[in-house]
Design a protein around this ligand. Structure first.
Ligand SMILES: Nc1ncnc2c1ncn2[C@@H]1O[C@H](COP(=O)(O)OP(=O)(O)OP(=O)(O)O)[C@@H](O)[C@H]1O
Ligand SMILES: [Mg+2]
Length: 627
């Protein structure tokens, strides 16, 4: 099993990309900018919510104080008083109850209505906030995905699939939290706390000191618990990503596992990882077991203190019983937002971390730009000149230095050489998967770096060593060659590579999905299907990295025939392993350690009795042993 790289282990610290917080806020703001209208509605909903919430205890206080008062209730506002009086009088007359009862009933109904309003306001707000956040998330994720598709091979070489996936899920999620979740909701909490403080301060500044002195303690406990919980959470994430990587690798390598009878060992490894993740989760969640009861205790302490201080104030006549009750209610409402406010800082940091990593990815530019504004490459004949090319994958480790090669249009070049000699690298450069650092690559005398890349790519076809078929229909895979190909052309191409009757017999013909039942192809058939796609593409330059896997003699013959068909009428570069393909090439180039060591036709090179001669001799001996 190869080493497991985990995302968490390689996670970079916040700030390591060198962005200022302002840049990050700007970056995130760009995604909510289209929703300014919604945001202003959300703000309005928040303010209404805070005020409504703070009004609830006012009704309670009024109701309670009404019992100890002889006179009818007056609010001091002419308009409200007149409505209230006429309502309560009509209630009194129609049901024949006392004035105080009708007034209390109206207050009760108002309280009920107010609670419905509060419910509606927070429901509406959560829906809208979530929607804005999700829309923003949708956009960010799509943009990140498109960006990842465009990034060059040199980026993808260095970043494992798992890491990229976490960018697209974890980081984006963190940003959504910022613009559509906790952070926005916390702003509502903040407003609520402020509004309630304003209300209670007006009731009684002295009694306000009780909750006011508890707030910092609660926030402090919140911060402290986050501080302790954070490394534990991080450990959970780390063990989780190791576990996920292990699952991924175990499933991807299931064939090897079965072949090597490694199932029990894999289960044992997984059991350990699974247990580690379990232990980490338990440790992380145990923090909640301390935190929440502690918070509850603080809340109860608040109740006790309000009773004590408030009771004294009631006795001295400074406040009413109603006010004392209102304070008890405020105490319980106040606690949740304050606790959540304590977590605000950490949430903000998480969101900024996500934003930072996403922004860094956006700022990773492709080294091989498409250059849509550059001149289009006209229809080429296919003359290729490598002129003093210098290339390295890793800094200061040159694979090629001053590599030069002239290939006339329409010729077939076979590249041969030991493994690791640099054959695939040449075609990587020609197909512009990687950019060379120095020298020139000329196609029909056009410097390829100055041309529109799409106009070049549309005239070449590359069949890599480890070619890949999408788990979609045969039709879609053929269209990779030529998006405009008709069904008739597809059947023609399939016929030429000898796959026609095979595909005809499949359950859904061209629409048969690969990977699904009936769509399983053998290694040889897969290769022939790729060849059919190349025929449809009809490229001016063909690049073929011949797969080394040996296949049955019958398919082998079909493939050999198809390859000859593919090579006709175009410039072709083949990294060949089959002697038949090599022998038919116009020029054979023997590469070793980034150098052309021999060059010529088969007969010329055989008569030289050099490396090529040895290579062929070995291959003939090998194939006779295999037989
Ligand atoms: N993506 C990469 N990043 C860094 N080094 C690479 C990369 N691809 C290849 N190399 C290195 O470049 C050298 C040439 O590799 P290349 O793939 O061109 O060999 P090759 O001749 O195609 O071999 P094979 O016959 O095994 O396919 C090797 O030393 C290899 O380790
Ligand atoms: Mg190779």
């Amino acid at each position: 099993m190869t080493a497991i790289h985990t995302d968490a282990e390689k996670e970079l610290k916040r700030g390591s990309f060198g962005y200022t917080d302002m840049q990050l806020y700007k970056f995130m703001f760009a995604y909510v900018k289209p929703y300014l209208k919604e945001l202003s509605i959300i703000l309005f909903l928040m303010i209404s919510f805070s005020i409504s919430t703070a009004l609830g205890p006012v009704i309670i206080q009024t109701t309670i104080d009404r019992f100890s008062s002889e006179e009818s209730l007056l609010f001091g506002n002419d308009f409200i008083d007149s409505i209230f009086l006429s309502l309560s009088q009509s209630l009194q007359n129609s049901f024949n109850v006392s004035l105080i009862w009708s007034e209390v009933i109206i207050l009760g109904i108002s309280y009920l209505l107010l609670q419905c309003l509060i419910f509606y306001l927070s429901y509406k707000r959560i829906i809208m906030v979530t929607e804005v956040g999700m829309k923003a998330e949708l956009t960010i994720r799509l943009e990140l995905f498109s960006h990842l598709q465009e990034l060059d091979m040199s980026y993808h070489d260095k970043n494992e699939v798992g890491r990229i996936m976490s960018r697209l899920t974890g980081d984006v999620n963190a940003i959504r939290e910022m613009i559509g979740g906790q952070v926005v909701n916390n702003f509502a909490n903040f407003l609520t706390v402020i509004t309630i403080l304003y209300f209670i301060l007006r009731y009684d500044p002295v009694l306000t000191l009780v909750p006011l002195s508890l707030i910092p303690i609660v926030i402090f406990i919140g911060l402290l618990s986050k501080k302790f919980a954070r490394p534990r959470r991080k450990e959970t994430r780390r063990t989780n990503s190791i576990m996920m990587a292990n699952i991924g690798e175990a499933i991807a390598g299931i064939k090897v596992t079965k072949g090597a009878n490694r199932e029990p060992e894999n289960v044992k490894i997984f059991r350990d990882l699974n247990n580690q993740n379990f232990n980490a989760s338990v440790r992380a969640d145990s923090m909640n077991a301390i935190f929440f009861p502690l918070m509850l205790a603080m809340q109860t302490l608040g109740v006790a203190l309000i009773f004590y201080v408030g009771g004294l104030r009631v006795i001295s006549g400074a406040i009413t019983i109603g006010t004392l009750t209102a304070f008890l209610f405020y105490n319980s409402i106040l606690f949740r937002p304050v606790v959540l406010l304590g977590q605000f800082y950490q949430q903000l940091q998480d969101a900024l971390t996500g934003a930072e990593r996403a922004l860094a990815l956006f700022d990773t530019k492709t080294k091989i730009p498409i250059k849509p504004e550059s001149p289009q490459l006209p229809l080429i004949k296919g003359e290729v000149i490598f002129d003093h090319i210098y290339f390295e994958y890793e800094k200061n480790q040159p694979i090629y230095d001053k590599f030069s090669l002239y290939v006339p249009a329409g010729k077939t070049i076979a590249l041969v050489g030991k493994t690791g000699a640099g054959k695939s690298t040449i075609i990587n450069l020609l197909s512009r998967m990687y950019d060379f650092q120095d020298g020139e690559l000329l196609i029909d005398n056009h410097n390829i770096k100055d041309m529109n890349l799409n106009s070049f790519r549309s005239q070449i076809a590359v069949v890599p060593q480890d070619f890949f078929l999408f788990s979609n229909s045969i039709k879609l895979n053929l269209k990779l060659g030529n998006p405009r190909a008709t069904e008739e052309e597809m059947w023609n191409a399939l016929d030429m590579v000898g796959l026609k009757s095979f595909v005809k017999n499949m359950s859904e013909g061209l629409d048969t999905k690969l990977q699904e039942r009936g769509g399983r192809l053998s290694v040889g058939q897969r290769q022939l299907l790729v060849f059919a796609a190349v025929l449809l593409a009809d490229p001016r330059i063909l690049i073929l990295d011949e797969a080394t896997s040996s296949i049955d003699v019958f398919s082998e013959l079909k493939i050999q025939k198809s390859i000859q068909l593919l090579l006709k009428n175009r410039t072709s570069f083949i990294i060949a392993h089959r002697l038949s393909t090599i022998r038919n090439a116009d020029t054979i180039i023997v590469i070793d350690d980034g150098q052309i060591i021999e060059q010529g036709t088969h007969d010329e090179l055989i008569s030289q009795k050099g490396d090529y001669y040895d290579l062929v001799k070995n291959q003939i001996e090998l194939s006779s042993i295999n037989r």
